[in-house]
Ligand binder design. Structure first.
Ligand code: DOR
Ligand code: ZN
Length: 448
């Protein structure tokens, strides 16, 4: 009677890159852990059952880069609403950037995020600490104290680290702490006042451009500093073909570098801003077809390790300002899988690689501190995403769990939809189409 509840996911296509697994099989969750995985009949339990036929079952997605806005900008998003958006998008672990108010530059603010998340979030929230005090780019935070409080990485994201000397110090300290330094690579002396990709289109629209060199020059600097110090640099939201090339060469030399690309930089180009659509205004800006192709190549050959959403919610009032004045950012948690599945359906990306970039690879960057993340190995915490690869939907931002309705995909048709998300052994998101039956009923049905 008081038996622990268990859940059986039967006959789904289970993909777990960490175990080299891609097969139709079943999986049992008991007491918040993966208890059994295999073909054929699972052990008898008093389970609820999800019929996995036609569905893909993977480790819960991990987002190394999103903006949860709390403390300070709760009108844009909260830890609670951001976590529900994550669950709806299939993410069971999300890492929050520290450009909040106050910024996450002290053990107290890191603890505040952890406490609030423990109380209100439906998925695991891991905070990222600032590199510089107050995000001012001047003095290094007490990195050790922040790691002890729970910071899993450091970044001044939203802004670059302007001085090479500060970046050098951060990389040096990070080495002994075993955490990555994540940089938003932008030379602001080149990008100042820019609102979109620099090029012919920017000239035609009479908007100030952000050149590729603003990103590439800082990527080159950071890679040199990582090489010098042996520290781990993680390049956030790579958007240019030149950036991919620099990272590829550095990795060949053995530099300790990892990199991420967002779903929007992989799938959208600058043409999206042609109608002065502020929902496509993002930093770094959407670039060109040459860039999206290079990013995809980089993703496939391992130059780019992971996909991260850079979920950046803003209010409708802010995004209603004229193009030059609206804030940068795209609300991305709830459209990530659907837009990325577009690349799979068109034959441009292998599904297993896509899943690895959302699970195994980000888990590797975060490290082992939080138990075994990003895998469905027996004994691992039950963090599972179930999606229908073929379900179509028209994106309706008003139906988002996120407070951020700012997406250039509003009204677009996406194919591939998360139908269930299990985090910490609990079903934290369920699409209306998903049927869950009691095992007893299922047994009767099977013997009929
Ligand atoms: O588009 C962006 N939005 N890029 C950033 O660097 C910051 C982010 C935000 O915080 O809104
Ligand atoms: Zn960001």
């Amino acid at each position: 009677m008081n038996e622990p509840k268990s859940l059986l996911i039967r006959d789904g296509r289970i993909i777990d890159p960490a175990q080299g697994l891609d097969e139709t099989a079943s999986l049992v969750i008991t007491e918040g852990k993966i208890a059994w995985l295999g073909r054929g009949d699972p052990p008898r339990t008093d389970s609820e059952v999800i019929d996995g036929r036609g569905l893909v079952v993977t480790p819960g997605f991990i987002d190394l880069h999103c903006h949860l806005r709390q403390p300070g900008f709760e009108e844009k998003e909260t830890i609670a609403s951001g976590s529900r958006a994550a669950a709806a998008g299939g993410f069971t672990t999300i890492c929050g950037m520290p450009n909040t108010e106050p910024p996450l530059d002290s053990p107290e603010t890191i603890s505040y995020v952890k406490r609030t998340a423990a109380r209100e979030a439906v998925v695991r929230v891991l905070p990222i600490g600032c590199i510089s005090q107050g995000r001012k780019g001047e003095r290094l935070v007490d990195m050790k104290a922040l790691v002890n409080a729970g910071a899993i990485a450091f970044s001044d994201d939203g802004s670059p680290v302007p001085g090479a000397d500060l970046m050098l110090k951060a990389l040096e300290v990070s080495r002994s702490l075993e955490v990555p330094i994540i940089d938003h690579c932008e030379d602001t002396s080149l990008s100042e006042g820019g609102v979109m990709n620099e090029g012919a289109l920017a000239h035609r629209l009479k908007l100030k451009g952000i050149p590729a060199a603003a990103e590439e020059s800082i990527i080159a600097r950071d890679l040199a500093l990582a090489e010098e110090t042996g520290g781990h640099i993680h390049i956030a939201h790579v958007s240019t073909a030149g950036g991919v090339k620099l990272i590829r060469r550095a990795k060949e030399r053995g530099v300790r570098a990892t990199a991420e690309v967002t779903p929007h930089h992989l799938t959208l180009t600058e043409e999206r801003v042609a109608g002065y659509d502020t929902s496509a205004k993002v930093n770094p800006p959407l670039r060109t077809k040459v860039d999206t192709q290079a990013l995809l190549e980089g993703l496939k050959d391992g130059t780019i390790d992971i996909i991260a959403t850079d979920h950046a919610p803003h209010t409708e009032a802010e995004k209603s300002r004229e193009f030059a004045l609206a804030p940068f950012g795209i609300s991305g948690l709830e459209t990530a899988l659907g837009s990325l599945m577009g690349l799979v359906h068109s034959g441009n990306l292998n599904l297993t690689i896509l899943i690895a970039k959302l699970t195994t690879e980000p888990a590797r960057i975060i490290g082992g501190r939080y138990g075994e993340l990003g895998t469905l190995k027996i004994g691992a915490p039950a963090e599972i995403t179930i999606f229908d690869p073929d379900m179509e939907r028209v994106v309706d931002p008003q139906a988002f769990a996120s407070k951020g309705k700012n997406t250039p995909l509003a009204g677009s048709k996406l194919k591939g939809k998360v139908v269930a998300t299990i985090a910490g052994g609990r079903l934290v998101y369920r699409h209306s189409s998903l049927k869950i039956t009691k095992a007893a009923a299922e047994r009767t049905e099977l013997t009929r």
